[in-house]
Design a protein around this ligand. Structure first.
Ligand code: UDX
Ligand code: UDX
Length: 459
């Protein structure tokens, strides 16, 4: 039987839209998948050998499907594809609003709304419109009211199909997801989309709910994950002053099957494009319904994260600052700039806050990362006081302090015995990810400060 959905369009070729569509096209060679983006240079990159995002396994998936049943085109060429589509995914960014009502908290839906207008203008016949971007609950009402402006005979169903992939493991998460969530108002479109995912996802993992539950579940899933990181980070501070060890505490509490062992790694703080944005969106929604206690509860998750980043920067500064707190003349090696390993994404990376705080106190930084480009680093930090190093060794040369901010596996294997001589005497290594080989550092005669390890001194 011919599937109900044959031609798929996705608007937005970002970290979510690009990999998701590549996996759908790879797993369903009979479907025709077109990805649109307003950004022509991003489209050119998707059509080249240098993909615009780094994600392990992505290049292989794209190379199998591109030119067969997967294409990337600019939005101007997209009208005809939307007209022919059975289903259109909206996968554009939904950043935090910077002005107007809800500035600083609410999600900015202007890109989603402009996609809805584009679809309303070009769609023909019946089209399933699918929210892939994370939306505030009841965003579908706004999309529906825009789609209502389409011409006679043009009809729509709207579904919420939020993506749960994490960067760095995106392809694995798409190929073997814990669950796929499809929210909708009528069973037929839900079944049509479910049929696609069921080609490679076991049926019991394809969940369906109402539209509002699906929209809200995505925000809540990210809020719960972020809350775990802030919870363990709050305890990391307590470990440092009491002599306890956060890794021991995490492994004990994680052995309780009701708590579980994942997402309990203490760190310099969480980053990424989703956690803070989605928490703020949840806080704003709660406030707008008058639920101030709910909003205050989730606000604390954000505040703790800010505090953890500042606390970490203060710990780097403490042993090398002047009595007035200045870091002028001090060189600090920053190992890792991405918000986590195996990605080149720097959105909301904790490295931005830590580095800006050190720069504000006059330090010079030598920043190294395996995948983040020097342009990305410069656009976040500026050029003043910042040197981009091409190797960890180059970053460490002459450093008065070292901060490990991303858990790249290679940083766990650094040869501290060899590197010790290149650092300034007494330089302290601050491990914001607890991956540094503590024994090797100790043998090399260097000082290490890890997150959440009691019994460490600051000087
Ligand atoms: C996704 C989700 O969509 C977002 O809601 C979620 O919270 C985070 O993950 P992501 O794919 O990471 O966003 O965003 P990004 O990498 O910025 O990609 C969005 C793409 O949409 C960009 O390439 C942008 O050029 C494109 N875009 C934006 C359009 O093509 N049209 C528009 O009108 C707006
Ligand atoms: C997250 C969600 O995991 C994913 O389901 C959703 O679709 C998008 O948002 P992502 O932000 O890509 O994914 O990465 P994630 O692995 O969740 O890490 C987020 C941040 O938390 C990173 O900065 C990471 O280093 C940090 N983190 C994570 C910790 O500090 N400790 C942990 O134990 C886990």
């Amino acid at each position: 039987m011919k599937p109900l959905v044959n031609k798929i369009v996705c608007i937005g070729a970002g970290y979510v839209g690009g990999p998701t569509m590549a996996v759908i096209a790879d797993r369903c060679p009979d479907l025709d998948v077109t990805v649109l983006d307003l950004n022509e240079s991003r489209i050119a990159a998707w059509n080249s050998e240098e993909l615009p995002i780094y994600e392990p396994g992505l290049a292989a998936v794209v190379s199998r499907a591109r030119g067969r049943n997967l294409r990337f085109v600019g939005q101007t060429e997209g009208a005809a594809h939307v007209a022919a589509a059975d289903a259109v995914f909206i996968s554009v960014n939904t950043p935090t609003k910077t002005d107007g009502e809800g500035a600083g908290k609410a999600s900015d839906l202007r890109y989603v709304e402009s996609c809805a207008r584009f679809i309303a203008t070009h769609a023909k016949g019946h089209t399933i419109v699918i929210e892939k971007s994370t939306m505030p609950v009841r965003a579908a009402d706004r999309i529906k009211s825009i789609l209502a402006s389409a011409g006679p005979g043009v009809t729509f169903d709207i579904l919420s199909n939020p993506e749960f992939l994490a960067e760095g493991t995106g392809i694995r998460d798409l190929e073997a997801p814990d669950r796929v969530l499809i929210g909708g108002e009528r069973p037929e479109p839900i079944a049509a989309l479910a049929e696609i995912y069921r080609r490679w996802v076991p049926a019991e993992r394809v969940l369906s709910t109402g539209l509002w539950s699906a929209e809200l579940s995505k925000l809540v899933a990210n809020a719960f994950l972020a809350q775990r990181v802030s919870s363990i980070n709050s305890i990391s501070a307590l470990c440092e002053v009491t002599g306890a060890d956060i890794e021991e505490v995490a492994s004990v509490i994680g052995a309780d099957s009701r708590i579980g062992p994942k997402f309990l790694r203490a760190s310099v703080g969480f980053g990424g494009s989703c956690f803070q944005k989605d928490l703020l969106s949840l806080i704003y929604i709660s406030e707008s319904y008058g639920l101030t206690e709910v909003a205050a509860y989730w606000q604390q998750v954000v505040d703790l994260n800010q505090w953890q980043k500042h606390r970490f920067a203060d710990q780097i500064a403490a042993p090398i600052a002047t009595a007035e707190g200045s870091l002028r003349g001090r060189r600090i090696a920053i190992l890792g700039f991405a918000f986590k390993k195996d990605t080149n994404d720097v959105r909301e990376t904790p490295a931005i806050d830590v580095c800006r705080q050190l720069l504000a106190r006059g330090a010079t930084l030598a920043v190294h990362d395996y995948k983040v480009t020097s342009d990305s680093i410069a656009s976040e930090l500026g050029a003043k006081g910042v040197e981009v190093a091409t190797s960890p060794e180059a970053a460490l040369a002459g450093a008065d302090g070292v901060a490990v901010l991303t858990e790249w596996s290679a940083y766990a294997k650094l040869d501290w015995a060899r590197l010790a001589g290149t650092l300034n005497a007494c330089a302290m290594i601050h491990d914001g990810r607890n991956i540094v080989d503590a024994e090797a550092v100790r043998r090399a005669g260097l000082n290490l400060r890890s997150i959440g390890k009691g019994g460490q001194s600051n000087t």
